[in-house]
Design a protein around this ligand. Structure first.
Ligand SMILES: [Zn+2]
Length: 324
């Protein structure tokens, strides 16, 4: 449950954040969202010792003191996203932030807790999901389409406030939000190819499958959201913490590569395969046991799709199924 302290609110999940944003009265024009990482505090500050995390509201209140110590009226940013996926409010949404020199007017400043430069903190999946959701929910509220004109990294600006349009080592003010931000980095290319599509995908899927993205995909939607169903299954079976985003990309393929299916396998991943084959016309049972009949169906399917006919269900056979 969300909590309020010293005027700041902590949201424990995206639904709480979404409800808050829905009801939020915005009285200034907002046409852009900033992307930052805190660098310090980093993950080591958050996970003080094994299993003990920092209090998100205490940290937020301290950031407010920090802002005041710098001569600002209060905390610089509007939202903070923590490593565990929790979110806190900061500055009044109707006040201009102190985030990017030259790009503060009409903007929202979001600080992501951690240091995401190469070889530093690796963003946890809970935080990743929260980041994508926060940007998507704000874009929807403000009627913004994710692009280089609406969502910009701090690293794309000089300290004097000149817009460079990309991260240039030496010219950019800093690396913020990190050279390995979310695993793809802080470059314009990384945002165009990875960050904006993730936000857009969240926006287009969230009305119909908001709940499924978190838990299991509902039975009647399993074929429609076959990649999400695969991802949530892989997470359940192999504890691999994939973002359930419906994109059959590198992270999902890597898990499939490691856990390809073969004769003798049992469990939920096999059920996923069997249901997909049943939906593609094969007369087998979804009993979670990869036996002779499943193998024969797999081989017949592989033949029909021009794949190597070996009865092993690896990356290529998974690809064919999700593209079907
Ligand atoms: Zn920054």
């Amino acid at each position: 449950m969300s909590e309020k302290r010293n005027g700041f609110i902590r949201f424990d999940n995206i639904d709480e954040f979404e409800t808050y944003i829905k009801n939020l009265k915005i009285r200034r024009k907002i046409n852009g969202l900033q992307v930052h990482h805190m660098a310090l505090p980093n993950y080591a500050c958050f996970y003080k010792s094994k299993g003990v995390t920092e209090d998100e509201l205490v940290r937020t209140i301290n950031l407010d003191y920090y802002g005041k110590s710098k001569g600002w009226s209060c905390i610089a940013q509007h939202f903070n996203i923590f490593p565990n996926g929790k979110i806190t409010t900061g500055r009044d949404i109707n006040k201009t932030p102190v985030g990017i020199t030259g790009w503060n007017a009409n903007k929202i400043c979001i600080e992501i807790y951690g240091d995401f430069d190469k070889n530093k903190d690796v963003m946890k999946v809970e935080q990743k999901e929260a980041v994508i959701a926060v940007y998507a929910i704000l874009c929807e509220k403000l009627n913004l389409t994710p692009s280089t004109s609406t969502i910009r990294a701090h690293a794309w600006f000089t300290s004097g406030g000149t817009y460079l349009g990309d991260y240039y080592k030496g010219k950019s003010r800093k690396t913020c939000p990190g050279t390995n931000f979310m695993g793809f980095g802080n470059s314009r290319r990384a945002f165009v190819n990875n960050f904006y599509p993730l936000i857009k995908d969240y926006m287009s899927n969230r009305s119909s499958s908001k709940k499924e993205s978190k838990e299991e995909v509902k039975e009647e939607n399993k074929e429609k959201y076959i990649v999400r169903y695969l991802q949530s299954t892989l997470n359940k079976v192999y504890k691999c913490n994939l973002v359930v985003d419906g994109i059959y990309g590198k992270a999902t393929k890597d898990v499939v590569k490691k856990h390809y299916l073969k004769m003798g396998d049992k469990g939920e991943h096999v059920v996923w395969l069997q249901k997909a084959l049943i939906n593609r016309g094969y007369n087998i049972e979804a009993d979670g046991s990869f036996g002779n009949k499943t193998k024969a169906a797999v081989m017949s399917y592989q033949k029909s799709r021009g794949l190597k006919v070996d009865g092993y269900v690896g990356v290529d056979t998974h690809s064919a199924i999700v593209d079907d």
